[in-house]
Design a protein around this ligand. Structure first.
Ligand SMILES: Nc1ncnc2c1ncn2[C@@H]1O[C@H](COP(=O)(O)OP(=O)(O)OP(=O)(O)O)[C@@H](O)[C@H]1O
Ligand SMILES: [Mg+2]
Length: 220
């Protein structure tokens, strides 16, 4: 039986993950600052909306205006999607996951339509100021899956840190893990993307070169 998948919209990425993110899966996109976690999440979410899905982008540090401006730079019309109601930005101030779920439930009641795609950027922010970080993150990712979402959670990764996320637990709870890295070279930046795991999928785990072009990321 073939599994329903949501295409990421990133050229070259879908073929190495079996065609896209399996419906109902949450993928962790982790990497040090500036490696492109937000960009990848935006590219995915706008491609999914273009393909007919309804999405919600939960953001913390970077507000909706900044995110929309970033999207416009690559021709992803997030502004229009927001106006149409097919893309909703939830800007959270409190680092409280219960508040995120409350808002998601309220959103569904208000619009009468439950979004099926979610981005949480970042999961590190959700756990800020909490002492039981691991438990909280475990519960948060599990809850998003129970709510029927397919999507991406981003996580910070400190340079040289062991494991795949700052909290050390997201990579076990998430169905998939994608690691982004960037290395400064004399003339520019060498970016890479590595798929570490994706459940129910045969993946290509090589280290791939990641390029930023006029229409966003492509995986070579
Ligand atoms: N229009 C553009 N053209 C080329 N490169 C761009 C453009 N916009 C952003 N970038 C680059 O994309 C990279 C990715 O930025 P992004 O904000 O997605 O990283 P991040 O991993 O989310 O960082 P943080 O951990 O700080 O949230 C940055 O290094 C930035 O220089
Ligand atoms: Mg970011």
């Amino acid at each position: 039986m073939s599994l329903a998948r949501i295409r990421t919209g990133v050229k070259g990425l879908d073929p190495i993950i079996g065609g896209g993110i399996p419906v109902g899966s949450m993928v962790l996109v982790s990497g040090p600052p500036g490696t492109g976690k937000t960009l990848l999440a935006l590219q995915f979410v706008t491609a999914a909306v273009k393909a007919g899905h309804t999405a919600v982008y939960v953001c913390f540090e970077q507000g909706p205006q900044e995110l929309k401006e970033q999207a416009e730079q690559f021709g992803w019309n997030a502004q229009k999607m927001e106006r149409d109601g097919s893309l909703v930005f939830l800007h959270m101030w409190a680092h409280d996951f219960d508040e995120v779920t409350t808002k998601l439930v309220r959103l569904t009641k208000q619009t009468g339509k439950k979004p099926d795609i979610i981005v949480m950027d970042s999961i590190t922010s959700v756990a800020l100021n909490h002492t039981d970080t691991r438990e909280l993150i475990h519960a948060a990712i599990k809850r998003l899956k129970e709510m029927g979402f397919t999507g991406i959670v981003t996580s910070e990764l400190l340079e040289g840190q062991d494991g795949y996320s700052r909290d050390g637990v997201s990579e076990f709870v998430a169905d998939g893990v994608i690691i982004l890295q960037a290395k400064s070279l004399g003339r520019g930046t060498e970016r890479t993307l590595t798929v570490k795991k994706l459940r129910r999928t045969q993946v290509d785990c090589d280290i791939h070169t990641l390029e930023i072009g006029k229409s966003g990321f492509s995986v070579l």
